[in-house]
Design a binder for this molecule. Sequence first.
Ligand SMILES: [Mg+2]
Length: 217
Amino acid sequence: MRIKAVVFDVDGTLYPNRLMYIKSVSFFFSYPRFTVHFGKIRRRIRTIRPIDDFQKLQRQMLADSMKISLTEADRYILEVMYTEWEECLKGMPAYPFVRETMENLRARGLTIGVLSDFPIGRKLAYLGLDSLVDFALTAEQSGYLKPNPEPFRLVSGTLAVPPEEVLFVGNHYEYDILGASSFGMKTAHLTGRRIADSPADFSFRSYEHFMEKLDSC
Ligand SMILES: [Mg+2]
């Protein structure tokens, strides 16, 4: 596979989602209403096009959904979602062999990036991976969430590399694999079960086998 960069999704791709769910139970009980409403508007916002101002729309949708003021909605988003939530990741171990995989990729001269739907903040530092990653982007910067093409265009533009020379690695079939492959990127799907007719160039269960799978493509 002729690629110049490997770009990883973060949640559920660099560390197991289920660990995050366990750690975030107390977060859910602190903000049950917010968690439910925020989850709902994030799913809806993926399907809205065009979006003029992502943050403005998200704030407005949350305020309408929870029947709260725009200022309160802002506080929830900035202080609760983007700050407290991130703290849940403190001490979270990355998946086994993620580090070694990134070191191997770097040794081959490939650029390594991450693209998450959420702000990255200190997540990479908490996972102990920050020194191995060349750039970290949030889809929100592009004005849209995955699987829209804009986040992937942002990656390609940041790298100044055409999409077909980027391998995107993710755990979510629709957001990561369909999103990145529709934009023309190569894709690797972290999954326990292979999906029939998946456009992914390869799928893998564990990073232990990532390099072999990559080399066989
Ligand atoms: Mg994910």
